[in-house]
Design a protein around this ligand. Structure first.
Ligand code: FMN
Length: 186
């Protein structure tokens, strides 16, 4: 079965970013049948924070790296921390083989306290995804804290985010179908 793997960079549990990536992954899986897996940096944070070398990566982080490498589709997401993704989100990816994500269709998402840093999607997350040579979906998804109640997206506040998720999912499916056709033609 195909695999959708989401990576969420929040250090909090519960987490709005986790809710957002789960919503995106499950909406994609409704139209493109696949299993959904979430790698939550909050769950890896203790061991990840102590890992400073490629020679000494803990088993929990290695397992998460392997899961990411096995994905057919990625969702990369982080809350905005000081205008960027979280430090441990980047640290997790710093320890990953640079070739592990090449060619994977990738949705991008972020959450923040206001709209001020919504371009974190374009200025921080997309270049990082491009470093790994992923194929990023054109529309990123950004949600503000005021769209969530008890860490769940609410209507009507989150209506534009839900619409945006559906646009991103449609774009992801087009890219997936294209790559499946390319593979058939090869
Ligand atoms: C350390 C820290 C730094 C933050 N910096 C920003 C910021 O620069 N811009 C912003 O819009 N929100 C900022 N926030 C707010 C979070 O991005 C926002 O509350 C987000 O929804 C949290 O997601 P979570 O519930 O998944 O942890 C910051 C929060 C923390 C804890």
């Amino acid at each position: 079965m195909k695999k959708i793997v989401a990576l969420t960079g929040s250090l909090s549990n519960p987490s709005r970013t986790r809710t957002l990536v789960e919503t995106m992954a499950h909406r994609l899986a409704l139209q493109w049948p696949a299993s959904v897996h979430v790698i939550d940096i909050a769950e890896l944070a203790g061991e990840l924070g102590h890992s400073v070398s490629f020679q000494n990566i803990p088993a929990s982080v290695t397992r998460a790296h392997q899961l990411l490498a096995q994905a057919d589709v990625l969702v990369l997401a982080s809350p905005v921390y000081k205008g960027s993704y979280s430090g441990l989100f980047k640290h997790f990816l710093d320890l990953l083989d640079p070739n592990a994500l090449r060619g994977k269709v990738t949705l991008l998402a972020a959450t923040g306290g206001s709209d001020r840093h919504a371009l974190v999607l374009e200025h921080q997350l997309r270049p990082l995804a491009s470093f790994f040579e992923t194929v990023t979906v054109p529309s990123g998804v950004y949600a503000r804290d005021s769209e969530f109640v008890n860490y769940q997206l609410q209507l009507p506040e989150g209506v534009h985010t839900l619409a945006r998720i559906d646009v991103a999912v449609t774009q992801a499916i087009s890219l997936l179908l294209y790559s499946e056709l390319e593979a058939l033609a090869a």
